[in-house]
Design a protein around this ligand. Structure first.
Ligand code: 5GP
Length: 206
């Protein structure tokens, strides 16, 4: 670690697709440069407007398997038939540089990251209710009916992991900025928590 630089916190933000994670995270990133996004690799096809290297690294199944073999993925999971994973290079150096790294990943990945980085902060982002979730999935216009049904089923499964998380943030309609502010406040408070500063008392008096 650089002299005097406080290590960043891995901030995991999970929630079903349609929870608004992408928009909330984008808002944090534009307003606060102490945060960076870990860009995941995936075997899913890009949606219209998605840019390789910005939203995801879009790679083949063969390359994905190769990256797992070579130890390049910090975690990986299958979600609705596609593979998703976090490349090591997106996370480790930035944490050392004092940057909070946001991982927008599913519950299976969150559990794997918590094992590797016990200091990871796990935040669940949810729309206020099921109807809103479904409306958002439909409003996206890029998912087929079958895909929407699969994603709703998956959302139910994801909630089974709820009690492994540290915080819940409800992302209400039109409240992107407020949800982003809440997440940043949570991270700031965590950074001041005594359990994250055990060295402080040890080294305060020489
Ligand atoms: P989508 O296809 O809607 O972009 O993402 C589907 C799900 O995969 C979301 O819950 C998203 O958070 C999750 N996801 C995206 N990247 C990763 C990753 O690197 N690892 C894991 N485990 N899940 C991911």
């Amino acid at each position: 670690m650089k002299q005097g630089v406080r290590r960043g916190i891995p901030v995991i933000i999970s929630g079903p697709s349609g929870s608004g994670k992408g928009t909330v995270v984008a808002d944090i990133l534009t307003r606060n440069h102490q945060y960076a996004l870990s860009v995941s690799a995936t075997t899913r096809a890009p949606r219209p407007g998605e840019v390789n290297g910005k939203h995801y690294y879009f790679i083949s199944r063969e390359e994905f398997a190769h990256r797992i073999e070579t130890g390049d993925m910090l975690e990986h999971a299958c979600y609705v038939g596609n593979e998703y994973g976090t490349p090591r290079s997106e996370v480790e150096q930035r944490l050392r540089d004092g940057i909070h790294v946001i991982l927008e990943i599913d519950v299976q990945g969150a559990v794997q990251i918590k094992e590797k980085f016990p200091e990871a902060l796990l935040i669940f982002l949810m729309p206020p209710d099921e109807k809103t979730l479904e409306r958002r999935l439909r409003g996206r216009g890029t998912n087929t009916e079958a895909d929407i049904a699969r994603r709703l089923k998956q959302a139910r499964r994801e909630l089974e992991y709820f009690d492994r998380y540290d915080y819940l943030v409800i992302n209400r309609e039109g409240s992107v900025q407020s949800s982003a502010d809440t997440i940043m406040r949570i991270v700031e408070s965590e950074q001041c928590s005594v359990r994250r500063n055990t060295d402080f008392a040890k080294h305060y008096f020489s």
